[in-house]
Design a protein around this ligand. Structure first.
Ligand SMILES: O=C(O)CCC(=O)C(=O)O
Ligand SMILES: [Fe+2]
Length: 205
C-alpha cells in the first residue's frame, strides 16, 4: 500500500534577500526511486574537465544537459552541447512547470555517485539566465544537504537545507545575487543521488 499524499504547497525558506521555496513531497518516494533508476540507466552522462588554479581536474560528478533547440549555455566556463528532450524529461518538465507556475527550456542533470561527489559553492548568475533566474531543482535518491552562504560584504550567513528524495526546490527573485549554494562532500557513506535543475535560457541579446 502506498500511503503517499502528494502535496502542492511550497514552504518558504527563511533566507534574507532571497526567494527560496521547498515542496518536500513533489514525487512519492517510490516514483522518485524509479525515476532515478531510469535516469541513471538512460542518460549519456559526461564527466567534464574543470580548471582549478590553472590545473585540470575531472568534475566530481556526472552531468548531462537537455534543452530546446538553439539554447546556448556556458556552465563553469564550459560551453555545453544540449541534447534533445526525451519523452521522460519532457513529461517531467511539464509537471515541474505546473507546480512552479513557470516555464523552462532546459534542464541540467547532475549525478552524484557517492559521498565523494560534490558541487562547489556558486551562484547560477550567468547572463543567459537573465537578471532574476528562476531555477527548479528536483532531487532523487540519497538525501544531500544544499549549503547556502551569503555573498558580498558583512557577516557571512549560512544555511544547510537537506533535500529529500522527491523534493522540488524553487530559487527565484534575487536569490542568486545574494547567495551562493553548493553540495559538499561527506565523510559518511552516501548512495547515489540525481538532481535535475530546470532553467530558462534567454536568447543572446
Ligand atoms: O545538486 C543540487 O542540488 C544543486 C545543483 C545546482 O546547484 C546546479 O546544478 O546549479
Ligand atoms: Fe546551482
Amino acid at each position: 500500500m502506498d500511503l503517499f499524499q502528494p502535496s502542492s504547497s511550497f514552504t518558504r525558506i527563511a533566507l534574507h534577500d532571497a526567494d527560496v521555496r521547498l515542496l518536500p513531497a513533489f514525487l512519492s518516494p517510490t516514483e522518485a526511486a524509479q525515476l532515478q533508476q531510469q535516469l541513471i540507466a538512460q542518460t549519456p552522462w559526461r564527466c567534464d574537465e574543470i580548471f582549478v588554479w590553472g590545473k585540470r581536474h575531472l568534475q566530481p560528478r556526472l552531468v548531462a544537459w537537455y534543452s530546446d533547440e538553439g539554447c546556448r549555455y556556458t556552465y563553469s566556463g564550459i560551453q555545453m552541447q544540449p541534447l534533445p528532450w526525451t519523452p521522460l524529461l519532457a513529461d517531467l518538465k511539464a509537471r515541474v512547470e505546473q507546480a512552479c507556475e513557470a516555464h523552462f527550456n532546459s534542464v541540467l542533470l547532475n549525478y552524484y555517485r557517492n559521498e565523494r561527489d560534490s558541487m562547489g559553492m556558486h551562484s547560477d548568475d550567468e547572463p543567459e539566465l537573465g537578471p532574476q533566474p528562476c531555477i527548479a531543482s528536483l532531487s532523487l535518491g540519497e538525501e544531500r544537504v544544499l549549503s547556502f552562504a551569503s555573498r558580498g560584504i558583512g557577516p557571512r550567513r549560512t544555511l544547510r537545507l537537506p533535500l529529500p528524495s522527491g523534493s522540488l526546490l524553487l530559487m527565484q527573485g534575487d536569490t542568486q545575487h545574494h547567495w551562493k549554494h553548493g553540495i559538499a562532500k561527506s565523510t559518511r557513506h552516501m548512495a547515489a543521488r540525481v538532481n535535475l535543475t530546470f532553467r530558462r535560457i534567454l536568447p543572446p541579446a
